[in-house]
Design a protein around this ligand. Structure first.
Ligand code: DGL
Length: 280
């Protein structure tokens, strides 16, 4: 076990993203499970992750997970598709056994894929995500295993995360990129009836995304799905639930300027938030 880890005293649930996107997951987790304590970490200084190589995303994500473990978290949610696609499996299989086999790291891709059959009517699934998530083919592989009859069309949208990180979500520029990318996706499969927002930043563009889609296309954003899946996980793992503190607090850490993060997070969470800047 690494020396920086605290002894097994209970701690907050860690929620990690490359930047602001993870707040879309945190908000729904807090609504669903308001009694636990949470520690959010956004690596805004190094966002976006979506255009970075496998090795770099893995290295950054592992640093973040170790950091949250060192702050006392026993359970960390990767509220980031790129990190879930490129780093989760290696961390679970290769790193956790050496760091501390009793700690857990969970991602967002599997819970999303699990509920697809409840959502789609015709089995035509569209996925928008970062170049990293799309290139990893993680969704295609998971869907292929769980729902082999579904037709999957994925499209990378490299401009969407920078738009969110730069708070450009309502500008004509944002509309241009959203409409363009949705058009490219629908050109490949016009019958898509369910669109997975396969990046936790994208719900911040959801009004524009919905407006660009034909009526009747179901837009699946991951907040509630991940929150339900976490509630189910804690119910099935009372040993882990006992290692997560109850107090209803949420603390925010960012690797970039704390005031900038606090402003965005306050707007998004609907109450004043004071973040703290940290170095990983
Ligand atoms: N929000 C993250 C995701 O779900 C990462 C986006 C990025 O940093 O490019 O993929």
């Amino acid at each position: 076990m690494f020396p920086e880890l605290l002894p097994a005293v209970p701690g907050p649930i860690g929620v990690f993203d490359s930047g602001f996107g993870g707040l879309t997951i945190l908000r729904d987790i807090c609504r669903r499970l308001p009694d636990y304590d949470y520690l959010f970490l956004g690596d805004n200084a190094r966002a976006p992750y979506g255009t970075r190589s496998f090795d770099v995303v893995y290295r950054f994500t592992l640093q973040a997970v170790r950091y949250l473990f060192a702050q006392g978290c026993h359970l960390v949610i990767l509220a980031c598709n790129t990190a879930s696609a490129k780093a989760l499996r290696t961390i679970q299989q290769c790193d956790l056994p050496a760091i501390d086999p009793s700690r857990r790291v969970l991602g967002v891709i599997r819970p999303t894929v699990e509920i697809l059959s409840e959502r789609t009517r015709n089995g035509h699934i569209g996925i928008v995500g970062t170049p990293g998530t799309v290139a990893s083919r993680s969704y295609d592989i998971e869907i292929g295993k769980m729902h082999p009859d579904m037709r999957v069309t994925a499209h990378a949208c490299p401009m969407w995360v920078p738009l969110v990180e730069n708070r450009e979500t309502t500008t004509p520029g944002a509309r241009y990129f959203v409409e363009r990318d949705i058009r490219v996706l629908l050109d490949v499969d016009p019958d898509i009836d369910t669109l997975i927002l396969g990046c936790t930043h994208y719900p911040l563009l959801s009004d524009m995304i919905r407006a660009a889609l034909p009526a009747g296309v179901d837009v699946l954003s991951q907040g509630r799905v991940v929150a339900d899946s976490l509630a189910d996980y804690l119910r099935r793992h009372p040993d882990m639930a006992a290692r997560c503190t109850i107090g209803g607090t949420v603390r925010y850490l960012t690797t970039e300027n704390a005031d900038r993060f606090s402003e965005m997070a306050s707007m998004f969470m609907g109450h004043p938030v004071q973040a703290v800047q940290v170095e990983l």
